[in-house]
Write a protein that binds this ligand. Sequence first.
Ligand SMILES: C[S@@+](CC[C@H](N)C(=O)[O-])C[C@H]1O[C@@H](n2cnc3c(N)ncnc32)[C@H](O)[C@@H]1O
Length: 232
Amino acid sequence: MLQQTKDNVQLFKNVYTDFVDLSSAANTIKNYTSNATSYDTMVTELGYEAPRDVAFLTFELSKGKPVEILDVACGTGLVAERLQTLGFIGEIDGLDASSGMLKEAKAKTLYRNLIEQTVEPEVNLPFGDKLYDIITCCGGLSQSHMSPDTLDVLLKNLKADGFLIFTVKNNKANAQYLLELDKKLSSLETLGKFKLERFVETQYLEVDYGEGTDEFGNVPKMMAKMYCYKKC
Ligand SMILES: C[S@@+](CC[C@H](N)C(=O)[O-])C[C@H]1O[C@@H](n2cnc3c(N)ncnc32)[C@H](O)[C@@H]1O
């Protein structure tokens, strides 16, 4: 566990205040663009491991085949970087609302195509009837980011039997969002749109300074839920 130092408390606050505006999704996207060049350094400092976990599962499910992946809310490309490290041989298209984050991703030359689009409920992605084998969304489903209703939009471009893999922060601050997400997931399962294939609790960040301390005075880790659904 990271020691609580003035520096990492400040860094944690910066990640949230520099990037996320809880009252405005549009401002949040602008913030990602303004601070895109610092994103990788900041989240790495704070032990951001979700892209690694998403990449591991994606790689496992791709079974060594040259599958096509759509990485939604791809940001600077951390999921693609991890996939490359694992020896992934397929193609990855990335989509994100922030031009600045996409510029960072482009510089890594890991994506076949990078598309700038805000994912919103009932607005189709710009892929027509193209279907992907796997859709990933690491850190995109959150307050002031993509609402739970955007899952319908993602499913339209996923093959039958394809996998939708995503993370969501699991802490008190995200409680309301988690409730809405649970409702959406249950409704999609009931409608027979997809089935839960895998679920794990994983580390999101090494520290969660918004949640107080445990009985020993340690700052808890920020946890995430990672879901993998198979489209019916
Ligand atoms: C926490 S970052 C995650 C980036 C990357 N997947 C990663 O794990 O490092 C969230 C990303 O979601 C993007 N984003 C936020 N709202 C979005 C929306 N409605 N549609 C598309 N991208 C969005 C932001 O621009 C940002 O790049």
